[in-house]
Design a binder for this molecule. Structure first.
Ligand SMILES: [Zn+2]
Length: 197
């Protein structure tokens, strides 16, 4: 039988960026640290999937479904901003420069890591576009290889729908991740977005 320590090391080792060494170090830390730390962690993990919901429209994390962006008439439903992560929604919201709605992919294409379209909320986006006909879709993925590949893929996929497709302006430093940009750079990139062909 696997020991609880081995089980924990195995589980932790599945987290991104955590190799076996780090997983082992974390597991022994949790064993030696005050019991409460492991207790809090296990409680938070248990609640994660029960209490955090995804909006059935935009796939953003939300405490209600549909989320506050998708429900009510305060946001422009004709303008959809596609981002990689929920943290990107927070980053764009901080600029105060965007009045549309979002679609959260929950990642980016990365063939090397085995992440394809079926691992992202792409089908959800297509389903959504069957019922609604937005005027514009802004592809606001990160300015790195994965983000660019994801935007190109989506642009090709969405083009036949006849919707205007734009990409954030290249004011973003190469390799730049949205969530680390300051609000003024990000709102400028939104403002100067360019058409994708
Ligand atoms: Zn939503």
């Amino acid at each position: 039988m696997t020991s609880p320590i081995d089980k924990l090391v195995h589980a932790l080792g599945k987290l991104p960026g955590v190799g076996e060494r780090t997983a082992t170090r974390l597991a022994f830390f949790l064993l030696r640290a005050p019991k409460q730390i492991a207790k809090d962690l296990s409680e938070a993990l248990k609640e994660l999937h029960d209490k955090v919901k995804l909006c059935s429209v935009c796939c953003n994390i939300a405490d209600k479904d549909p989320c506050r962006f998708c429900s009510g008439g305060r946001r422009d439903q004709n303008l959809i901003c596609v981002v990689e992560e929920p943290s990107d929604v927070s980053a764009i919201e901080k600029t105060g420069a965007f009045r549309g709605v979002y679609h959260v992919l929950h990642g980016a294409l990365s063939p090397l890591d085995g992440i394809g379209p079926e691992d992202l909320k792409v089908q959800e986006l297509l389903n959504r576009l069957k019922d609604s006909h937005p005027k514009e879709i802004i592809l606001a993925t990160n300015a790195n290889v994965e983000g660019d590949a994801t935007s190109l893929y989506l642009a090709r996929l969405l083009k036949p729908l006849g919707v205007r497709i734009t990409r954030l302006a290249s004011g973003i430093p190469v390799g730049g991740e949205l969530e680390y940009l300051d609000a003024s750079t990000l709102s400028k990139a939104l403002e100067d977005r360019r058409e994708m062909n």
